[in-house]
Write a protein that binds this ligand. Structure first.
Ligand SMILES: Cc1cc2nc3c(=O)[nH]c(=O)nc-3n(C[C@H](O)[C@H](O)[C@H](O)COP(=O)(O)O)c2cc1C
Length: 242
């Protein structure tokens, strides 16, 4: 078997890409994404793991402005509806956020998942039929990271009604609509998530999320130190140190 170990420089590039990935809703430039770059990103998505090797994904590349306009209208309606669920103070904040780049980005993409691909007997789906969705999310994360490695921003828009999208894109009823993405070169990738920058949310401490042996089980002091060390590493990466 070929020695295909990852070198230290390659490893650092992967972590740099992971920590430097952002959900991007602004800063889009109008430059088109060259076909070979788009092909690389899609190939990366297509190399995700999938339950029973089912590869349930499809990618609809959306360039047409009129189509995107219809999607934007769905976003506006859904955003207004979602705003009603917040109290007054939070609603004003929520409505001030930029939560999509549907018209500003040069390219949009719908990612779907086909639960019927390869029929009902897919290895691993008997006990967890929803794993086709997890597989498609793995493909999207690959796409997100590959795009970052190409210095292309990706924004995920979920403030959309699937019943609006289905007729716009002629998506059959049995196909799951998983994601609507906005892609394009950007003028910058911020260090922090947008929602952190505006004080809406914070990254949770990793040590609160890691359990050993039992759900909710207390960490031993030794394990606590280990997890805190992981957290410190994440912070130093987020701040741009090697
Ligand atoms: C499933 C999913 C749906 C999302 N939907 C939206 C959305 O509708 N609008 C938006 O602005 N961001 C959306 N996001 C982006 C998140 O807000 C973002 O990932 C999070 O705030 C962390 O920021 P980061 O991705 O820059 O690290 C979504 C992300 C995921 C994974």
């Amino acid at each position: 078997m070929e020695n295909n170990l990852i070198t230290e420089i390659e490893r650092d590039a992967v972590y740099k890409t992971i920590y430097g990935r952002r959900d991007v809703r602004r800063y889009f430039k109008s430059d088109p994404i060259p076909s070979e770059v788009l092909a690389r990103i899609l190939q990366a998505a297509h190399h995700a793991g999938s339950v029973g090797y089912m590869q349930p994904w499809n990618f609809i590349i959306v360039e047409d402005f009129n189509i995107r306009q219809k999607v934007k209208e769905s976003f506006e309606r859904e955003r207004s509806e979602a705003a009603l669920l917040f109290d007054d103070e939070k609603r004003t904040k929520y409505l001030s956020f930029k939560l999509e780049g549907i018209l500003e980005s040069p390219l949009n993409m719908v990612v779907t998942s086909d639960p019927t691909r390869f029929g009902p007997q897919v290895i691993g789906r008997h006990s967890m039929p929803e794993t086709h969705l997890y597989s498609t999310c793995c493909a999207i994360q690959n796409l997100w990271l590959a795009a970052r490695a190409e210095n292309i921003g990706v924004g995920w828009v979920s403030i959309l009604k699937r019943e609006d999208l289905r007729p716009i894109f002629h998506i059959p009823q049995h196909i799951a609509i998983v994601a609507y993405l906005c892609l394009g070169y950007v003028t910058c990738f911020p260090d922090q998530p947008d929602l952190e920058r505006v004080g809406w949310g914070k990254r949770l401490p990793l040590e609160n999320l890691v359990y050993f042996d039992l759900w909710g089980g207390q960490l031993s002091q030794e394990r606590k130190e280990l997890v805190s060390f992981f957290q410190a590493l994440v912070n130093s990466h987020a701040q741009g140190s090697p």
